[in-house]
Design a protein around this ligand. Structure first.
Ligand code: ADP
Ligand code: MG
Length: 410
């Protein structure tokens, strides 16, 4: 049996017309000889009656852990509705199908409510449906703990469900259907000149997703990479072949790479709602070290870390910034804060070791009068901290300068 997992995001299910297109993608796979396993998100985006955010707004929560359990139970309902509706469509079109919740599909998770991790998948029930020629339509984004509590996997969690099921079922591939033709060199809503990428390496798309592009969930990419599961991002509304995510692109580049400055980058993204902190030295290394321990234990995660003897600069998510400020005042640390900053990240497996990339970044930002507040880099990324009001301008300028705009792209 040739299995394929096909995941449909919220915008691919929001009305009858688009659900019909989703149905056709499933029928296409059957005609190609595949046994599909379908994974669905909740219908539509915020404002749609059954979207995750709409369900969330139905209850007022305080921060007791018991309420997180209730919230997960509530949020799991959106995907159940989608699964039943799509399964019914398939049945009526003459393709026997059955809607299954995450727990019926055997998805066991840990008990981090709202952000649970999949521990294992018992695929017996899914396999028995497939063997009977019945299409399982599985709710994404959810699972169950050992103590029979319903959990959700966090924003974008249906991508993770799809990839984890594909790995468990040894599927040929997982197709992630959404509202764009595939992965592009930037979010087309931010950069209208963004170009389509026919292929991208796991590492690059992981960085892209992790640094702000929500086209696929980073955890889904991680699971696919660890298991060598090829993924394809496709548009429910078009017949575009989409973007293949695999490890092939890098092999190709390693063999044939040429260092044309126009071909160094793969994509650009940005992340908003960050706050930059600059701590001035306390003169007491033990107190400083204790401070970072305390930050970690209170769930304050820091990024773009840049430490010197005189000062320590780093960035936190805006929602943890107040807590951090209170802690710094309590411990007597003098500090400066820059709220409303964004991290702009350029990504490309080929930038490693190539001289002049940072120089191009700095020249581009200078030409656009965008102050560079801080920078960091890894083997395949360079990130720049800029004020949020300049972030889109920075993304567009870098996109153009590195030759990624549609007209200039290879
Ligand atoms: P779904 O509901 O199908 O999961 P998402 O909203 O999670 O859809 O992801 C699709 C969106 O990702 C697109 O509408 C697009 O705006 C956004 N996006 C961000 N960065 C990129 C990128 N580099 N390429 C393509 N889409 C991107
Ligand atoms: Mg998504």
């Amino acid at each position: 049996m040739k299995t394929i997992v096909q995941k449909f995001g919220g915008t691919s299910l929001e009305n009858g017309e688009i659900r019909q297109m989703a149905l056709e993608k499933i029928i296409d796979a059957i005609k190609e000889g595949y046994s599909p396993v379908v994974v669905v998100s909740a219908m539509g985006r915020n404002g749609s009656p059954y979207a995750t955010d709409t369900l969330k707004s139905l209850i007022a929560l305080n921060h007791k852990p018991e309420n997180n359990k209730n919230l997960d139970l509530l949020l799991s309902c959106g995907e159940i509705i989608s699964a039943v509706v799509l399964s019914d469509l398939l049945d009526n079109a003459g393709y026997p199908a059955c809607a299954l919740t995450g727990w019926q599909a055997g998805i066991l998770t840990d008990d981090h409510f709202g952000e649970a991790d999949i521990i294992s998948i018992d695929k017996d029930l899914l396999m028995s449906y497939l063997e009977q020629g019945i299409i399982p339509v599985v709710t994404g984004f959810q699972g169950i703990t050992l103590h029979r509590e319903i959990t959700t996997l966090g924003r974008g969690g249906s991508d993770t469900t799809a990839v984890a099921l594909a790995v468990a079922l040894k599927a040929a591939t997982a197709e992630i259907f959404t509202d764009v033709d595939g992965i592009m060199t930037a979010d087309p809503r931010v950069v209208p000149q963004a170009s389509m990428l026919s292929e991208i390496h796991y590492d690059e798309v992981f960085q892209l997703a992790d640094q702000g592009a929500k086209v696929i969930h980073p955890r889904a990419v991680e699971i696919a990479r660890q298991n060598g599961m090829p993924l394809r991002i496709r548009n429910t509304r078009s017949n575009h072949p989409g973007t293949l995510i695999s490890s092939q692109r890098q092999q190709f580049e390693t063999l044939y790479r040429r260092n044309s400055p126009q071909e160094l980058l793969t994509a650009i993204t940005h992340k908003d709602n960050l706050v930059q902190f600059i701590l001035h030295s306390h003169g007491d290394p033990v107190a400083e070290s204790n401070l970072f321990d305390e930050m970690a234990s209170s769930g304050i995660s820091i990024d773009m870390i840049n430490f010197s003897v005189e000062q320590k600069a780093f960035v936190v998510d805006a929602y943890t910034s107040e807590k951090l400020q209170d802690l710094l005042i309590e411990r007597g640390f003098t500090h400066d804060i820059h709220p409303n900053v964004s991290k702009v990240t350029i990504i490309g497996n080929r930038i490693n070791g190539i001289p002049g990339v940072m120089a191009t970044v700095v020249r581009t930002l200078t030409k656009e009068s965008i102050p560079l507040l801080q920078s960091s880099d890894s083997h395949a990324t360079i990130s720049c901290l800029v004020s949020s009001e300049k972030a889109v301008k920075a993304v567009k300028a870098l996109h153009r300068e590195f030759g990624l705009d549609h007209s200039s792209h290879r």
